[in-house]
Design a protein around this ligand. Structure first.
Ligand code: CP3
Length: 355
């Protein structure tokens, strides 16, 4: 299985747009598209724990394919989680229903020395195996995204021990223990780079770095700690895998709108708080593809209103830098109480736009 060549890609809209080429239709996919809003996923979850699905390539592949069978999305994203990286470094993580991820022993300054970098990538080989299997099963229908969390976002969860409204414990490291924070982020950047390279070698046609906790930082802190790490990951990936396409999603990107085209990524995903015209005006016709950014709550709106919002968003981007450098997505992952019909409306509305 591993040695057989992968089937030829049929729908290459996303890869084309990431390269700056013009597609036949605007591409669309959705972060967290394989998840709890779909009954098939809930069925799969009845008999399997979250991390069991992640660690079993057959089940991870099945979860990845659920939205592909249902919707005409232009990409698949491998079923996994950003928290498999701290697990591979030796930390325990549980997924508690109704709560989310919980680390029984969050990272402290003292426990940092116990993080085990040696062999971390081989402990993540199951993700590579799931990617290879899924590339074959997709049979070239759409490209497959691999992904990882960004150093700042992964560090937040490791130190907080789960989600948090403020990420104040993680931020405390930036203010009180800057050397330890830098050391931790350097370590994470190294493992994340190697992890993404392994995913690319396993068959991911594009990889995305999720920096989901940037909204908690101001410009100064992000410029000092977060952005240099993102740039480093991009330049190392490009150095070793020049041809592969790389994307980043920044939740809180309003603090770095000026820099979106200088991060080294082919695609930059932005959250819904940034108006399309603002990004368009800044990015102009420079060399980056924008991904986003409809409010996930827009999928609660009545059908006609939702279609209108999709059209307005695309027009907003298009008037400034030409819709050819746009991958349509939501401004964050799809919410668990979204109606699958609304998801379909969203996808179909994007494809109905004439370029
Ligand atoms: O996009 C996809 O469909 C691929 C799979 C994927 C998951 N998590 C599956 C998941 C991806 C890309 C992620 C990324 C992720 N995980 C991020 C970055 C993106 C973002 O949304 O900001 C973060 C911060 C996490 C950490 C995480 N995992 C949290 C905070 C939670 C709980 C809250 C929530 O939204 O569910 C998870 C759980 C999780 N990850 C689920 C799924 C399908 C639900 C778990 C379950 O089935 O019980």
């Amino acid at each position: 299985m591993q040695n057989k060549p992968f089937p030829k890609l049929v729908n290459d809209r996303i890869i084309k747009v990431a390269k700056g080429e013009t597609p036949d239709k605007l591409p669309v996919w959705v972060m967290r598209q394989a998840g709890r809003y779909l009954p098939e996923y809930q069925e799969l979850r009845k008999n399997n724990s979250f991390f069991d699905i992640c660690q079993n390539p057959e089940l991870a592949c099945e979860a990845t394919l659920i939205p592909i069978r249902r919707f005409k999305v232009d990409a698949a994203i491998i079923f996994s989680d950003i928290l498999v990286v701290p697990q591979a470094l030796g930390m325990k993580v549980k997924m508690v229903p109704g709560v989310g991820p919980v680390f029984p022993d969050p990272l402290t300054l003292e426990s940092m020395t116990q993080l085990n970098l040696d062999g971390a990538i081989s402990r993540l080989q199951y993700v590579g195996d799931a990617i290879s299997l899924t590339r074959h099963r997709l049979n070239g229908a759409v490209p497959l995204f691999g992904f990882s969390g960004a150093p700042w976002t992964v560090m937040c969860y490791m130190i907080e021990g789960g989600g948090s409204k403020t990420m104040s414990k993680a931020k405390k490291w930036l203010y009180c223990h800057p050397d330890a924070a830098t050391q931790l982020m350097d370590l994470l950047a190294e493992v994340i780079t190697d992890y993404l390279l392994m995913q690319i070698k396993s068959g991911a046609q594009i990889v995305q770095v999720f920096d989901s906790c940037v909204e908690h930082l101001d410009r100064e802190l992000y410029s000092k700690y977060g952005l240099p790490q993102l740039k480093r990951i991009a330049s190392n990936l490009k150095q070793q895998m020049e041809a592969s396409k790389i994307a980043v999603f920044i939740k809180g990107a309003h603090i770095c709108v000026d820099e979106l085209d200088s991060l080294g990524y082919d695609v930059v995903g932005i959250d819904w708080t940034i108006s399309p015209s603002r990004v368009g005006a800044r990015v102009g016709d420079r060399d980056v593809t924008i991904q986003g950014n409809l409010d996930p709550c827009a999928l609660y709106a009545p059908k006609e209103k939702l279609i209108e919002m999709v059209e307005r968003m695309i027009a907003g981007f298009g008037t400034h830098f030409g819709t050819r450098r746009l991958i349509v997505n939501l401004g964050h992952g799809v919410y668990p109480d979204t109606d699958p019909e609304a998801f379909k409306t969203f996808v179909d509305a994007v494809h109905a736009v004439r370029l």
